[in-house]
Design a protein around this ligand. Structure first.
Ligand code: SF4
Length: 353
């Protein structure tokens, strides 16, 4: 089990569930715009948000964002220790720094001292692209070089008596990311922030992230995750939630499963599933629920027998089934509203249990 740290009220490591992070991409000095995005991230299921503090003029805005944010805020800092110190003074719940570019060991020590005094955890990370020369030419595998570089940094923090660390090892290469995190998991007791960096567009980046993050989560590795996409950050949260669900780690929410369609399909299932997914994404379901949408009545209920509830369509009708047994019939046009109504009833039942 990894050491437990707290980013605001969100526990990471220990027995805490895997948390989901994202990062705002609004102007750092746009308080209203940044808070609006944080609120959207929270509504989508984000647990922790990271906000870049690129220059000193952003610190007053950062202070007001932290004060009004519904999520714990991590300050993302590069190149200037004064920004890290300012962010901590202004209420950051966590700081992400690159110890190698903060301005030297004395400045790094000042950041560590203040973070220690304010009980603010620090994430330190190694990216494959920014390895020190010593490790680039070490002859080690890339994963071993990344972990070696990270452990040097960890030792520096430990020497200052600072243990509230979160570690990350990222590469745009999925296999390197997995190898480095597996090795770090064996060699360190600090919680791991897992992600594939520069993963790409919504489509390609989601697949790379699902393989990279998902492979690690299935092995029990990773305490907090970030899906990095060149897309609206809210999409990162949707993908992260799907990855957690597929890895069997989601606590709440609805899994929509649907058939691939074939010559037997008796309804235009593709837009119907997309629309249904949009609707259920907005529902807060207590616990997990698997909902199946199947294109025919012949095979649908049987193929989706493990679904908690589902629909199988015929040309004019739809059959509502629970655990493979038909429990109601309805017109095809009324099927989705009927299913949503039954899901809401199930949610209400669970809330009363
Ligand atoms: S459930 Fe029916 S329509 Fe869907 S793939 Fe299977 S046989 Fe085809």
């Amino acid at each position: 089990m990894k050491r437990e740290i707290f980013v605001g009220n969100v526990g990471i490591g220990g027995n805490h569930p895997v948390s989901i992070q994202s990062m705002t991409n609004t102007d750092a000095e746009d308080i209203a715009g940044t808070l609006a995005q944080i609120n959207r991230l929270k509504a989508a299921g984000c647990d922790i948000v990271r906000v870049a503090v690129p220059q000193r003029s952003a610190l007053p805005a950062f202070k007001r964002i932290v004060a009004r944010s519904p999520l714990p805020v991590i300050a993302d800092i590069h190149f200037d220790a004064r920004l890290a110190l300012g962010a901590i003074e202004n209420g950051a719940h966590g700081v992400r720094i690159n110890p190698g570019n903060i301005g030297g060991n004395e400045k790094l020590k000042a950041v560590i001292r203040l973070a220690g005094a304010k009980k603010v955890p620090i994430r330190i990370g190694v990216n494959a692209g920014s390895l020190e020369k010593k490790y680039k030419r070490s002859g080690l595998t890339l994963a071993a070089a990344m972990v070696g570089s990270l452990l040097d940094k960890v030792k520096f923090f430990e020497d200052q008596g600072f243990l509230d660390l979160k570690l990350s090892l990222k590469s745009h290469d999925v296999r390197e990311t997995i190898a480095a995190n597996r090795l770090a998991d064996r060699r360190c007791g600090y919680p791991l922030h897992v992600g594939v960096t520069e993963a790409g567009s919504y489509f390609a980046g989601s697949i790379r992230s699902a393989i990279g993050i998902g492979s690690l989560l299935i092995d029990g590795i990773g305490n907090t995750i970030r899906v990095s996409l060149t897309a609206d950050p809210v999409r990162e949260i949707r993908v992260a939630r799907q990855i957690l669900a597929a890895a069997g780690l989601a606590r709440n929410g609805i899994d929509v499963v649907s058939c691939p369609t074939c010559a037997r399909t008796s309804v235009d299932l593709i837009p119907l599933v997309a629309e249904f997914e949009r609707k259920v994404n907005r529902l807060r379901f207590p616990g997990r629920l698997r909902v199946a949408l199947m294109g025919c009545e012949v095979n649908g209920p049987g193929e989706a027998a493990d679904a908690d509830i589902g629909l199988a369509f015929s040309r004019e009708r739809a059959f509502v089934f629970r655990k493979g047994k038909v429990v109601a019939r309805t017109g095809a046009g009324e099927a989705i509203p009927k299913l949503l109504e039954m899901i809401r009833e199930l949610a209400a039942e669970r809330n009363h249990e």
